[in-house]
Design a protein around this ligand. Structure first.
Ligand SMILES: N[C@@H](CCC(=O)N[C@@H](CS)C(=O)NCC(=O)O)C(=O)O
Length: 393
């Protein structure tokens, strides 16, 4: 079987999928960067046709709550496509059976691995997107990287447009990705690169910056005592933490701050980027050093997902049928919430409903003893049981 990835350096999920493949010693090419123009054109055409016919698969099954992303995709034998980085990890575990799977065999460890994986995918993304377009606004190299990669697919003058237009688009999308500037926010960049505020939306810059610092401090605590989040071997939790945090390695201001604040994490990101995690092995463990990471996950990701789920229920009850970015752009399916004592306003995201339901289902499927063991590690574990207590406090 021939595996390739379709995506760009700027995508944290692409970096995650690459780290998974490398960890298993699977050879692959990154398209379009490493493909010939012809191979890239054929793959782009096949992918767009597969997306149109809903033939892109998510392992083990598609879910109506999911949306196809722009990137990344796993390309199987040049013509079949898989999406969703977490599902790809599960698919790799099935296709390339290993005694040391990305999803640990121990159900408690597997639950924690999924929780960390999804926390980085859904909340970590907001922190690192904010780092790129707000904290590294004046020096991110995202536009240059993506233009160079897309230049392997598109002829001039399109890559030049990508370099200029894509950063503007990503800055415009900051509020959709939870980063809302205070009114009158200024930055030393061209007007279309100034991170936007949005009427009626409380500012969230401080919330996202505090969260990023807390996640990094928690990573440092774990990496001071062990090589990976669940012990001596690389799991889906590491893949996701790596994907999100290493996205900022091409954002000089953030990369320098990351190295200063979290030197162990910075070295760890380079170690995985350079493929040195390949073949890591050993039993998974839940070490006490993981506590700070679990605490911050339960203070940010979990209450956000619960509030999104509840807003989804209300919106469905009101007859709403448009969600995600399409709704955000039309001021539909919005809700007010609170995270770490800070108010926010967001749009209902159906793919996050799916993520949260999967986690809650996994929680329910744990044996009662296993759940009890986790309750002492996960503050507010009741959130997974969906009891009607107050969320976001
Ligand atoms: N759940 C997906 C998420 C992928 C994703 O969100 N990709 C981003 C780019 S990194 C995307 O396509 N965003 C929509 C866009 O840019 O239009 C995964 O884990 O692979």
């Amino acid at each position: 079987m021939k595996l390739d990835v379709w995506g760009v350096e700027a995508s944290p999920y692409l970096l995650k999928v690459e780290a998974l493949l490398t960890s298993r010693g699977i050879e692959f090419c990154r398209l379009p960067r490493d493909g010939s123009r012809w191979e890239n054109i054929v793959t782009a055409w096949r992918l767009s046709r597969a997306r149109k016919h809903r033939a892109v698969q998510r392992y083990p099954a598609m879910d109506a709550l999911d949306e196809y992303p722009e990137v990344p995709y796993l390309v199987v034998n040049g013509k079949h496509f898989q999406y969703d980085s977490s599902a790809i990890a599960a698919w790799l575990d099935k296709q390339y059976p290993s005694a040391e799977p990305f999803y640990p065999i121990d159900p408690v460890h597997a639950f924690v691995a999924s929780l960390i994986d999804e926390a980085f995918d859904e909340y970590g993304l907001y922190m690192v997107h904010h780092q790129r377009w707000v904290c590294s606004a004046s020096d991110t190299a995202m536009g240059e990287y993506t233009a160079a990669e897309m230049g392997r697919l598109l002829p001039p003058p399109f890559p030049g447009r990508v370099r200029v237009d894509l950063p503007r688009r990503q800055v415009r999308r900051c509020p959709y990705l939870f980063s809302v500037a205070p009114d009158g926010y200024r930055a030393n960049v061209e007007p279309r690169r100034v991170p936007p505020s949005r009427p009626g939306f409380p500012p969230t810059h401080a919330l996202l910056e505090d969260s990023w610092r807390d996640f990094l401090a928690a990573m440092e605590t774990v990496l001071a005592v062990q090589p990976y989040l669940l012990g001596s071997r690389f799991t889906v939790a590491d893949a996701s933490a790596y994907g999100q945090l290493s996205m900022n390695l091409i954002d000089p201001t953030t990369a320098a701050e990351l190295q200063r604040r979290a030197p162990l994490t910075y070295q760890w990101l380079l170690h995985i980027r350079d493929g040195e995690h390949r073949g890591s092995s050993g039993k998974t463990v839940l070490s006490p050093a993981l506590q700070a990471l679990l605490d911050i996950v339960m203070k940010t990701f979990a209450p956000l997902m619960l509030q999104n789920e509840r807003a989804y229920q209300r919106a469905i009850g009101d007859g709403q049928s448009v969600f995600n970015e399409a709704a955000f752009d039309r001021n539909l399916a919005l809700y007010h919430g609170e995270l770490r004592g800070q108010p926010f306003r967001a749009v209902v995201k159906t793919f996050q409903v799916r993520v949260w339901r999967d986690l809650c289902r996994a929680w329910q499927q744990l044996a009662a003893d296993d759940r009890d063991a986790l309750v002492s590690l996960l503050p507010d574990a009741w959130l997974f049981a969906g009891r009607p207590e107050k969320a976001g406090s």
